[in-house]
Design a protein around this ligand. Structure first.
Ligand SMILES: *[C@@H]1O[C@H](CO)[C@@H](O)[C@H](O)[C@H]1NC(C)=O
Ligand SMILES: *[C@@H]1O[C@H](CO)[C@@H](O)[C@H](O)[C@H]1NC(C)=O
Ligand SMILES: *[C@@H]1O[C@H](CO)[C@@H](O)[C@H](O)[C@H]1NC(C)=O
Ligand SMILES: *[C@@H]1O[C@H](CO)[C@@H](O)[C@H](O)[C@H]1NC(C)=O
Ligand SMILES: *[C@@H]1O[C@H](CO)[C@@H](O)[C@H](O)[C@H]1NC(C)=O
Length: 288
């Protein structure tokens, strides 16, 4: 007993000076320094604090798990919008080395080019924000294969094009925001009566599909924003089975037919429904 205690005490003494000066996991630190190098952006707000001589858990934008000391959250906002002179950063391809990374936020930058498909290999990722950049090309097929199926995906306000990959049907994202891109085709893979998704925002794209064939998640969905697309057909009766819908918007589409009546859909004002082809019924004027 006493020996064990002494041994522990001794090893604590031996280990602690290192542990105190450097909590950061060495391979995480190596990956972060590579990221800094690849962004090649000395003016970026976060990077000056990324000093190799310091504990990476103390760097700006970096957070480590309190138990494992592995990097679990990374926020890189590079855009110095005051000067407007920061060159577009290169999206790095080696994030998968950060095996404990749960939150990755690269929003509000000036990132251009395609989304690297390798991002889906970050094994612990539960939240990815790439919104408000200048990203082009399609959403990678690989995004259907994130290990954490409930991953929150915010890819809004870019210039993403093509169809939403069918593979996304495998996910149950807590929230997904693809708003303000140039996506075409359908969004059926995001729907499904049994999904646990809470928020779906695909507004302001060029999506074109028959809404009457959609089945919405019934138990968790609180936000469904489809405004400004080319969605046709009518609003399916099935939507009346969605229990807690709080924000709903299908305006500026090509929808037709009577808005399902009952209390649920009449709680929303007419701006939820306006600017469609021939939607009618409360809260719009009645069908003739
Ligand atoms: C963003 O990148 C583009 C080129 O891709 C460049 O023309 C523009 O000046 C950049 N904007 C800022 C604020 O750095
Ligand atoms: C989706 O992203 C857009 C653009 O960044 C934003 O305006 C909108 O509020 C977001 N939607 C949700 C539900 O958070
Ligand atoms: C959804 O769940 C219900 C009840 O658990 C089940 O009967 C139905 O087959 C499921 N539907 C799908 C598409 O998985
Ligand atoms: C629906 O979206 C349109 C277009 O963005 C907007 O004008 C309207 O206020 C929104 N209505 C609701 C209830 O969110
Ligand atoms: C929407 O409602 C407002 C106020 O209730 C009304 O003035 C307006 O005419 C309505 N618009 C449509 C398209 O029904």
């Amino acid at each position: 007993m006493e020996t064990t205690f002494n041994l522990c005490f001794l090893s604590l003494l031996l280990v602690s000076p290192f542990a105190l000066s450097e909590l950061c996991n060495p391979s995480d630190k190596k990956a972060l320094l590579q990221i800094k190098k690849d962004f090649n952006n000395p003016n970026a707000a976060v990077f000056p604090s990324w000093n190799p001589d310091m504990d990476c858990c103390d760097w700006n934008g970096v957070q480590c798990d309190a138990n494992t000391n592995r990097v679990n959250s990374l926020t890189i906002i590079t855009d110095d919008r005051l000067s407007g002179q920061i060159p577009p950063a290169v999206v790095p391809d080696f994030f998968p080395q950060l095996t404990s990374l749960e939150f990755l936020d690269l929003s509000f930058n000036n990132l251009s080019g395609r989304i690297p498909s390798s991002l889906s290999q970050i094994p612990s990722l539960v939240s990815l924000r790439l919104d408000r950049n200048r990203l082009t090309g399609p959403i990678p097929d690989s995004f259907g294969y994130f290990k954490q199926k409930n991953i929150g995906l915010v890819l809004s306000h870019n210039q993403l094009s093509g169809r939403i990959p069918a593979s996304l049907a495998r996910l149950e994202p807590e929230r997904i925001n693809l708003s303000r891109n140039k996506l075409v085709g359908d969004a059926y893979m995001l729907f499904g009566a049994n999904k646990t998704t809470q928020q779906i925002d695909v507004s302001r794209n060029m999506l074109s599909f028959d809404l009457s064939k959609a089945e919405f998640p019934t138990s968790n969905l609180i936000l469904l924003d489809l405004n400004h697309n080319q969605i046709y057909g009518n609003i399916p009766q099935q939507i009346l089975a969605v229990d807690f819908l709080q924000i709903f918007n299908v305006s500026y589409n090509q929808l037709c037919g009577e808005i399902p009546q009952g209390e649920r859909l009449q709680r929303f004002d007419n701006t939820t429904y306006f600017h469609n082809k021939c939607l009618c019924g409360s809260p719009l004027p009645s069908c003739k």
